[in-house]
Design a binder for this molecule. Structure first.
Ligand SMILES: [Zn+2]
Length: 340
């Protein structure tokens, strides 16, 4: 099969890779219908995360089951399925509590590289969720978005306790931040402040339900959010970047008693204890337990009540993955969908 491999920072190649095979009786093999490039793929692509060997890339996937292991009972060949970036058994105590991305048996999907024609998914019964039927082509991008960016934005918004009567601010205008806006809208937030300086992203934020756009960053962005909230700060703030500046901006934009939902993969973030102590802010986040939300998200997409696939503003054949990475790195694209 063909698959994307990172050789070194800035050097993505699509090449022949070994076809995935059933290795455990709980595995499934998928023929991927669509895959994509994640904002978190840009950390190693930019060399901010070390690349010490040739790494298969990608952890977002949707496709058709080709084969299942002997112990798989819920998932059948021929089904269209979506899973998250961590395989999980969905039965342990942590999964049952809704934290499948901390499953005691979790396995990272990224190790197998989902930017490819096919993928091995461990713990198939716990990990994969099937759609009611084979989807029409135009629903595939939105279903793919549920695999990570939508589920992650949704979790951030739930972690930030967004809901009716509450003001939500979203720090980060990548695909996750934009879909956190959509999630906040679906959860009934009264006011949604999107922080973005890029016109196309501002437009998408408004289409997803943002009521206010703030273009300032850092302390100026904090001041603007406070201006919009009677000087108090937002009830709920989503952090979807992962830098020191964005995390502090999120904490400082939150009112005392409010909640930060942080899902940007932290790089060099250090929290000042004294400031945190006096902030009275709740912090909750981490790698999103997307599996918790998949049935609900698939239902919303299947019935066309949400259209998260709009975040894909660049669509390329898998063979052109390198251009997809470059476009996102240069912020020419919000998110790149790859057709295997
Ligand atoms: Zn588990």
């Amino acid at each position: 099969m063909r698959g994307a491999v990172l050789y070194a920072p800035g050097d993505i190649r699509v090449e022949d890779r070994e076809d995935p095979k059933i290795m455990e009786p709980t595995d499934a093999i998928l023929r991927l219908s669509a895959t994509c490039v994640c904002g978190s793929d840009l950390w190693p692509y930019r060399g901010i995360e070390a690349v010490d060997r040739r790494s298969p890339m990608g952890h977002e996937y949707a496709g058709i089951v080709q084969e299942v292991g002997s112990q798989v009972t819920n998932i059948r060949p021929g089904q269209f399925v979506i899973g998250s970036f961590f395989a999980s058994d969905n039965t342990c105590e942590l999964c049952q509590a809704g934290y499948q991305s901390s499953c005691i048996n979790k396995e990272p999907i990224g190790a197998g590289g989902a930017q490819a024609e096919a993928l091995r998914v461990p713990l198939a019964d716990g990990t994969l969720v099937a759609t009611p039927d084979l989807p029409p082509d135009d629903l595939v991008p939105s279903l793919l978005a549920a695999s990570d960016v939508l589920g992650t934005g949704w979790f951030a918004t739930v972690a930030a306790e967004a809901g009716p009567g509450r003001t939500v601010a979203v720090v980060g205008d990548g695909a996750v931040g934009l879909l956190a806006v959509l999630a906040a809208s679906q959860l009934g937030a009264e006011r949604i402040i999107a922080l973005s300086r890029h016109a196309p992203r501002q437009q998408l934020a408004v289409a997803f339900g943002a009521t206010d756009i703030v273009t300032e960053r850092g302390d100026a962005g904090v001041a603007k959010v406070k201006d919009l909230t009677s000087g108090l700060g937002a009830h709920s703030v989503v952090e979807a970047v992962g830098t020191q500046e964005s995390m502090l901006q999120a904490i400082r934009s939150t009112r005392p008693g409010g909640h930060v939902g942080y899902v940007g993969v932290a790089h060099g973030v250090e929290l000042p204890g004294t400031e945190l102590f006096f902030s009275h802010v709740h912090l909750h986040g981490g790698p999103a337990p997307v599996r918790r939300f998949l049935p609900e998200l698939i239902e919303l997409i299947w019935t066309r009540r949400i259209d998260p696939g709009k975040v894909f503003d660049l669509t390329l054949p898998l063979e052109q993955a390198a251009e997809g990475y470059q476009a996102m790195d240069e912020r020419r694209a919000i998110k790149t969908l790859l057709w295997p």
